[in-house]
Design a protein around this ligand. Structure first.
Ligand code: GLU
Length: 510
């Protein structure tokens, strides 16, 4: 077979916000497409109107944009194979359902929901809990296989409610290849004759999904493991339509597991366990708010990098990847079979790495609005220096404040524990001396400051505790912050002097 153009789709149903597992599915599709110079398509699968949630489609699109996953074709940018929203394709599907009826691969079923319910209950009462509409049971149900052609026509002309079901062949071992799991074999007798079409004119997921993948010339279906049980049906649908030669290849991605490894990471887990499970904050139509990675302070690049390594690795020790590096090294062969545990601490680690990689200038641009909010007026140059000095300590941009606030405001209090441990009657004189030494430094920078402080300590046989710790106490209010010479350099001579004298005055009254 000649090699096909790689075309993959991400096909979410707008039933709520996009879970991080969904983002990973989109990402792997994107990486695969870009690696092979192919197309990445966004198709919205909204055939199940009962599960439609307003705002979800928009949320999905915004989330993927935030993650820098851009589509070649899709609901908002169109394309040759549109429309890309299944509700806008409604008129397409009926003819395909009809085709399957004509060629004997599907049948009408007229059983009402009540009848189905009763038969299920009856079976349950007999201890048979897995009743399904299948090769065996269909022979005793109300469908076009058991009714005469005339009866079926009658019902249809009376507009009786019906569904169209797939007709699995009897006792056939259906073979399907999954690129991650290898060959999967299922006997048709164990499968449910799934509903393909309903009398309200809507196809179900299975029919719409297969028809659209065919019409959109999809070459690879990369989706979550929860769809693995549908693969035999989909493979059979391709056969029933006579499309086996252009059937896409399937790859089912392993589940994302809770941090303790016990079970699937669900939409509910996030805020319950203290981390987001959604890329962006989501407000449900009922007003319930779920936190998002973006609002929690994660960089999109770090979030995407973290997600990429859930279930995939490059086969090397490398953990930090740009999007281009991910594209270059991605392959489905390196996607694992077993579920991958999500580790919220690792997510923070990634963000920390990305924060450290940012320049002082980049961080200052992000930090400036936080300072403005606090009515702090400071030059961007100073903020750049401060960001460079404290960035190693921060995981999120918002953490920069807690590691640097003392540059922008004088201490409002002094840590009593430090006072108790370090302060004595000699300290005020020592600090006053330090203050004049600092004001005398000509070439003022952290090196000369350090030199002058050490010289003074040595000459007077003073220890670090007496000089450095007490100096830090009056300058920042406690035993926190970066190197003291750096702090002095940034505060400047005047501010240092003021803080020293103010500190002495307040602490002497303790
Ligand atoms: N609409 C399905 C979902 O929401 C898509 C599954 C598939 O990719 O075939 O996950």
């Amino acid at each position: 077979m000649e090699s096909r153009r790689v075309r993959v789709r991400f096909a979410p149903s707008p039933t709520g916000p996009l879970h991080m597992g969904g983002v990973r599915t989109a990402l792997f599709n994107y990486l695969f497409a870009k690696k092979h110079g192919g197309d990445f398509i966004l198709r919205i699968e909204d055939t199940d109107q009962t599960r439609y949630v307003p705002g979800a489609e928009d949320y999905i699109i915004k989330s993927l944009k935030w993650c820098n996953l851009f589509f070649d074709e899709g609901v908002d940018n169109g394309g040759e194979y549109g429309p890309y929203r299944q509700s806008d394709r409604k008129s397409i599907y009926k003819q395909y359902a009809d085709k399957l009826i004509e060629n004997g691969w599907a049948y009408y079923a007229f059983d009402t929901p009540d009848e189905l319910d009763n038969i299920r209950k009856k079976n349950e009462a007999e201890g048979k809990h897995n009743w399904q509409y299948d090769v065996t049971s269909r022979a005793s149900m109300r469908n076009s296989l058991t009714l005469t052609a005339h009866e079926t026509q009658e019902l249809l002309s009376q507009n009786a409610q019906f569904v169209i079901r797939f007709k699995f062949p009897e006792n056939e071992n259906i073979k399907a290849i999954d690129l991650i799991r290898g060959e999967v074999v299922v006997n048709s007798n164990t499968l449910d004759d799934k509903v393909l079409f309903k009398s309200d004119g809507m196809p179900t997921y299975h029919l719409a999904n297969v028809v659209d993948d065919y019409l959109m010339k999809i070459s690879h279906v990369i989706r979550g493991e929860e769809w693995l049980p549908s693969m035999p049906l989909h493979v059979m649908l391709y056969r029933a339509f006579g499309w086996s030669d252009v059937m896409p290849q399937f790859a089912h991605l392993p589940l994302l597991l809770k941090p303790d490894g016990k079970g699937k990471l669900s939409k509910r887990d996030g805020d319950r366990l203290g981390f987001p499970v959604f890329p962006l904050e989501w407000k449900s139509p009922e007003g319930e708010v779920s936190s998002g990675y973006r609002e929690s302070g994660y960089f999109a690049e770090s979030f995407v990098n973290m997600i990429a390594l859930l279930g995939w690795n490059a086969g090397t020790e490398q953990e930090i990847f740009t999007m281009q590096e991910l594209i270059d090294s991605f392959s489905l062969e390196r996607v694992g079979k077993s579920g991958s545990k999500f580790d919220p601490e690792k997510a923070k680690w990634f963000n920390q790495q990305y924060l450290r990689m940012k320049t002082g200038e980049e961080l200052a641009d992000l930090f400036m609005p936080i300072l403005k909010e606090q009515n702090i007026n400071v030059s961007i140059e100073k903020v750049v220096t401060i960001c460079n000095l404290v960035k190693e300590r921060a995981v999120f941009v918002k953490d920069l404040w807690q590691h640097s606030y003392f540059f922008f405001q004088k201490p409002e209090s002094y840590d009593e524990k430090v006072v108790k441990k370090r302060w004595d009657a000699n300290i005020p004189a020592i600090l006053e001396r330090v203050s004049s030494l600092i004001s005398e430094i000509k070439d003022f920078n952290s090196e000369t400051i350090k030199h002058s402080l050490h010289e003074y300590m040595e000459a007077n046989q003073l220890n670090m505790g007496q000089v450095m710790n007490c100096l830090r106490l009056v300058l920042v209010g406690g035993s926190l912050g970066p190197d003291i010479a750096e702090i002095i350099n940034i505060l400047g001579k005047e501010e240092v002097k003021e803080r020293i004298f103010h500190g002495i005055e307040v602490i002497n009254k303790f």
